[in-house]
Design a protein around this ligand. Structure first.
Ligand SMILES: N=c1c2ncn([C@@H]3O[C@H](COP(=O)(O)OP(=O)(O)OP(=O)(O)O)[C@@H](O)[C@H]3O)c2ncn1[C@@H]1O[C@H](COP(=O)(O)O)[C@@H](O)[C@H]1O
Length: 106
């Protein structure tokens, strides 16, 4: 499954040399961080609206948009998606309650 994310990451990195006219991703890089963050905010909002409506198809569609734009933000900052996958692996099996409690003790 993460293979899809890794393949998409490769494309996002290749788009750093692409023309903004022909590539949506390149147009986001050209527009810069604020545009990418704006899209991310819009997609998060659209995901929330879909979640509120309980529309399963729309939740899937909007979550894909949200993940995609999150990955554009990663690529724009030269961060590989593997870093996020590794962080999720690190957290695997660790209760969110326990993790939060360990942070508040520091
Ligand atoms: N997965 C995606 C993907 N998901 C969503 N989108 C685009 O993200 C945009 C989402 O914006 P909105 O939903 O707000 O739609 P919009 O109204 O057209 O956008 P605005 O006018 O509000 O800016 C749309 O243009 C979608 O087509 C994506 N664009 C590209 N990809 C992947 O990225 C690759 C590279 O894309 P290009 O750089 O365009 O070749 C593609 O081959 C795909 O694998």
């Amino acid at each position: 499954m993460s293979d899809t994310l890794q393949k998409l990451m490769q494309v996002l990195n290749q788009r750093k040399n692409a023309d903004a006219e022909s590539s949506y991703v390149a147009s986001l890089y050209t527009a810069g961080t604020d545009k990418i963050l704006k899209k991310l905010g819009e997609e998060a909002t659209e995901t929330i609206i879909a979640g509120k409506a309980g529309d399963k198809d729309q939740i899937v569609y909007e979550t894909a948009d949200l993940w995609f734009h999150s990955m554009v933000l990663l690529a724009h900052n030269d961060i590989d998606v593997d870093n996020v996958l590794k962080e999720l692996d690190r957290r695997f099996g660790l209760s969110g309650h326990d993790e939060k409690a360990s942070r508040s003790k520091k």
